[in-house]
Structure formats: C-alpha cells, structure tokens
Design a binder for this molecule. Structure first.
Ligand SMILES: Cc1cc2nc3c(=O)[nH]c(=O)nc-3n(C[C@H](O)[C@H](O)[C@H](O)COP(=O)(O)OP(=O)(O)OC[C@H]3O[C@@H](n4cnc5c(N)ncnc54)[C@H](O)[C@@H]3O)c2cc1C
Ligand code: FES
Ligand code: FES
Length: 500
C-alpha cells in the first residue's frame, strides 16, 4: 500500500488531501476547509439529517460496475471514507442555466420549508432518491412509502412532513435533470485505477484487499478499526475522543459482497446495512418493517452489518434476528480463520471473543431448512430512527402441530444480545397452542434479568418481551394486530356522515 493523498470528486474536480486528521469529519472539511457552509450541523450524531450530503461510488464486479448513490450523515463520516467517491452537497444542485434542481423546486412549490435549517439535508436525501429512481435508465414512480423511507433520517421541527413528502413525490413531474452517469462512471474508474492501491494518507489506513487488512491489523494494533462510523463517529463528536490512526475496513473488496451459495447466505462485514437488510428482506419479505426501522436511511447507508455485530451493543438490532436465523460469524487474522455461533461471540457487556489481531469478515446464514415461521419485533420510544428498548426475533418450524425447531434471539434483555435457550426448551416438541405459548411467556419473563434505564424499566422489558412472543403466536394463527405503519390518514378518517 502506497502513501498517497485522499482523492475524491467534488464539483467535477479531483480533490486531493495529503494530510488530514484521521477523525476529521466530512462536515468539518466542508464547512471549515472547503468553505461550503450550505450543509448544516444540527445534532452532530446522525439523528437529525441536517448534515446530509450525497456520495456516489462504484458498485459491482470490476468491468461491470455501476454508480451507487447514497445520502449519508456528513457529521459522523470521516473525510477519508470519501476516497474514490464523488461528493454532492446542496450547493451543487442548482445551476445558472437551468435554475433550481427538481428536488429544490418541488420543495418551493409544495411549501416544504419554513426556517430552512433542515432543508439542505432533506433536499440531499431527495436528490439521492432522484438519482436512484427518476434519473436512471428506468424511471419509477415515487410512492408515499418510498418517499417516507428516503426521508426517514431527516427531522423537521417546523414545517411538518406532509408538504416535504408531497414535494418528494412530485419530483418526477419536473423536466429531467440527471447527472451524466456514463461520464461519472468513467471518472470514478479513472480515480480508482489511477490510485492503484489502498489508501495510506498520513495516519489513515484504508486497504483494498483482505490480506492487506489482516497484515495491517497485526502490524498496527494502535490503529482504531473503523467501518461506517455510525458508532465510532459519535465517540469523536460526542465524547471528543481522538485516534492517532484509523484502519478502515469499508474499502476491502472481499468484505463488500453478499454471496448466496448452496445452502448458505454469506454477507461481508463491510456490506452497508441497507444492502445487508435488502438481502435478508429479499429472502424473507416479512422482515421489511423491521429492516426499515433500523435507524434512518442515511445511517443504514453508512453503517455496516459487521460494525453492528462487532460493536456488541446489547440493544443492537441485527443480532437477535441473526441469532434466531442461526448465524455464524467468521473471524480472520494472519494466523487463520475461525467460525463461531453469533451468540458465542459475546462474552459480556461490549466484550467479544475477537482477538486483537482479528477482524470480523463475514456473517454466514444457513438457508436450509428454512424456518416455517419467522419474525423480528422492535419496541422503541419512537417508531422511526430510534434504538430498541426490547427486540425479539423468533424462528419456529412446526410439524403436525408441534414445535419441531425453535430459535429465539433477544435484545435489551441482558448485557449482550442473547439466545433464549430456556424459552426455546419450553416450546420445543410441544403443541403450538395457547397453553404452550403462555407457559413459554412465563419462562421468558424469568429467563433474563434486564436493566432499567432511560429506554425502559426492567419490568417493562420482561412484560414486553413476553407480549411479543404472544403476538408472534397470534400472528401465526392469522390474528394480526393493527400495525402502526399501516395506519394512514385515509384509514383514520371517519366514514362520510360519521362523528368528527
Ligand atoms: C442516529 C443513529 C441511529 C442508530 N440506530 C440504530 C438502530 O436502530 N439499531 C441498531 O442496532 N443500531 C443503531 N445505531 C448504531 C449503529 O448504526 C450500528 O451499530 C452500526 O451497524 C455500526 O456499524 P458501523 O459500520 O457504523 O460501525 P463503526 O461505528 O465504524 O464501528 C463500530 C465498532 O465495530 C468495530 N468494527 C467495525 N467493523 C468491524 C469488523 N469488520 N471487524 C471487527 N470490528 C469491527 C469498530 O472497531 C467499532 O468498535 C444507530 C446509530 C445512529 C448514529
Ligand atoms: S447534524 Fe444531525 S445528523 Fe448530522
Ligand atoms: S423548516 Fe425549520 S426545521 Fe424544517
């Protein structure tokens, strides 16, 4: 790996940064170094979306790449992660010849902005969606659901969301203003091929190949391992921690892939959460709501599945689901590779079995036999963009009315995400009926000793987890609850002539 500057495209030019502090954020670079103050800082922790910018990057196998557009939170992404990408901010959309971009014009026409502080972030999330859905080869309609998902990481305190969602939906009605993707693809390829190797810019290390990563992990134990920085970024912006150097896994080709092999789905640790969950939802569509409730879209577009697992938070969302699915994790170092059941990775609160020279490289999911019933539930104070108080995931296979196989993963119930072996034992081999489930609910209430904290009390967590098991059983009987995501203004409106 050669020492070379960080290089990325901004406004048709190649930006070259030889020396940047490893924890300098994209937002700091934009506002303080590049003088682009259109991008705003609200929370500085990935919650509000005021700082959203759009990155375009190459995706896919060499020779058949395509451009991938993502709206991300610039306040918690380090500037080194832009290496090899193209960057757009709110200042880059309007042009003297063509005027405002459809994302901006639609906001004006739909009255989508009042104080305007959130507007640059909303516009950038809309621009990413525009590039994905409107400017591409096969333009698509923007449904309300699609618009809401695209805006799920953007908060507005004064306008209200209806006009902003409406503006997002009306973008396709304006004269087409797409970026020339053919030219961009060539520019991104030239950038990548010109640089040849991974990045070593000052104290920032961003290898491209697994063997390079493992060698650096061994040789540079001082370097903070980072991925999408949706956890690590907050250590910097909120806890004011600084790292002398960083070792970024997200450029490593072997960790960026989702591979479906015979009987197994293999997800690279550096696969972004949006793509990892897309792969899970493609196989198990009933997980869509759960997947969409992981943070907001800009966090899912930066954060990785490996980062979620390695961070080891007891309230991380992926782990209960992956445990229920029987996931194994692969850890690698220069000494070799080993695999273990995901639940065995965790030794205690934020402690894992990973050695200091190891890296989490892949998550392995068995595909056969598929569970007959599968669901994951998340309870949080806010429906969108919030972290779980309690999470429960269940995979159950029935045979002749009895539980043939069961795996349960829980979050928020112990110091780590965990499997629930006692509750599983209460169900295993039993008739799948109300009496069995009621008995298992009692076991689940006793099996864990959860914390009381700002998200929920221990008593609430016990009751809620057992209630989710009950809900799972009811759903398996065809008795679905009213789902909050299915409520729309139309369903809430009283019938004509009814009481108002
Ligand atoms: C606004 C907001 C909302 C969020 N909402 C949710 C939510 O709803 N549910 C949820 O579960 N989480 C949530 N998170 C937390 C975070 O997004 C996830 O934990 C995310 O998956 C972390 O991945 P990352 O790639 O950003 O990891 P990073 O922040 O880069 O790293 C996290 C940790 O993992 C280690 N690490 C990363 N990759 C590897 C690897 N390959 N091998 C070994 N160690 C590695 C790093 O060293 C670090 O210790 C939220 C965060 C924010 C900012
Ligand atoms: S400033 Fe709030 S998400 Fe970045
Ligand atoms: S317009 Fe004021 S916060 Fe959205």
């Amino acid at each position: 790996m050669q020492a070379r500057p960080i290089r990325f495209l901004h406004r048709q030019q190649t930006v070259s940064l030889p020396e940047v502090e490893p924890t300098r954020t994209v937002l700091e670079w934009l506002r303080e170094d590049a003088g682009c103050t259109g991008t705003k800082e609200g929370c500085g922790e990935g919650d509000c979306g005021a700082c959203c910018v759009v990155v375009a990057e190459l995706e896919g196998p060499a020779g058949a790449e395509r451009v991938r557009w993502r709206s991300i939170n610039s306040c918690i992404r380090f500037v080194s992660s832009l290496d090899g990408c193209a960057l757009w901010t709110v200042e880059d959309l309007a042009s003297p010849q063509d005027g405002l971009h459809p994302a901006q014009q639609a906001m004006v026409d739909c009255h989508g902005s009042q104080c305007g502080f959130c507007t640059p972030g909303f516009v950038m999330s809309m621009f990413a969606l525009y590039q994905q859905r409107v400017a591409g080869a096969e333009p698509q309609r923007i449904t309300r659901e699609v618009a809401q998902e695209a805006l799920s990481g953007n908060l507005c305190r004064c306008t209200g969301y209806r006009p902003i969602v409406e503006a997002t939906q009306t973008m396709p009605g304006y004269p087409l203003r797409g970026v020339d993707e053919t030219a961009l693809l060539q520019q991104l390829r030239a950038l990548r091929d010109g640089d040849g190797t991974g990045l070593q810019a000052g104290a920032t290390l961003r290898p491209r190949h697994l063997q390079e990563l493992l060698a650096l992990r061994e040789a540079r134990p001082d370097a903070q391992l980072i991925a999408g920085c949706t956890d690590v970024g907050l250590w910097v912006t909120k806890q004011h921690r600084r790292f002398a150097s960083t070792l970024d896994v997200t450029g490593v080709h072997e960790l960026q892939q989702v591979i479906e092999g015979p009987g197994q789905l293999e997800i690279g640790a550096a696969v972004r959460l949006s793509d990892a969950y897309a792969a899970l939802v493609a196989r198990w569509p009933q997980l869509r709501t759960f997947a969409n409730r992981f943070a907001g879209l800009p966090v899912r577009e930066s954060g990785t599945l490996g980062g979620n697992i390695a961070n080891g938070s007891p309230i991380g969302d992926s782990m209960p689901l992956l445990i229920a699915l029987g996931a194994r994790v692969r850890l690698q170092s220069r000494r070799g590779a080993r695999e273990l059941a995901l639940e065995d990775l965790y030794l205690g609160y934020r402690q894992t079995a990973m050695a200091s020279d190891e890296v989490l490289t892949h998550v392995l999911l068995p595909l056969h036999p598929p569970p007959g019933l599968l669901q994951a539930y998340k309870l949080s104070k806010r429906f969108d963009d919030d972290i779980s108080a309690v999470c429960l995931a269940l995979a159950v296979t029935l045979h002749a009315g009895r539980v043939q196989q069961v795996r349960i993963g829980v979050g928020g119930m112990a110091a780590t995400a965990a499997r629930a072996p006692q509750t599983e034992a209460a169900l295993q081999g039993q008739a799948w009926d109300e009496a069995t489930v009621r008995a298992a609910m009692a076991v689940l209430r006793r099996e864990f000793d959860p914390l009381s904290d700002m998200r929920a009390s221990a008593a609430y967590r016990r009751e809620a987890a057992s209630g989710l098991l009950w809900r799972f059983w009811l759903e398996s009987q065809g008795i679905g609850p009213l789902r909050v995501e299915q409520l729309t203004l139309a369903t809430l409106q009283p019938a004509a002539g009814g009481v108002t």
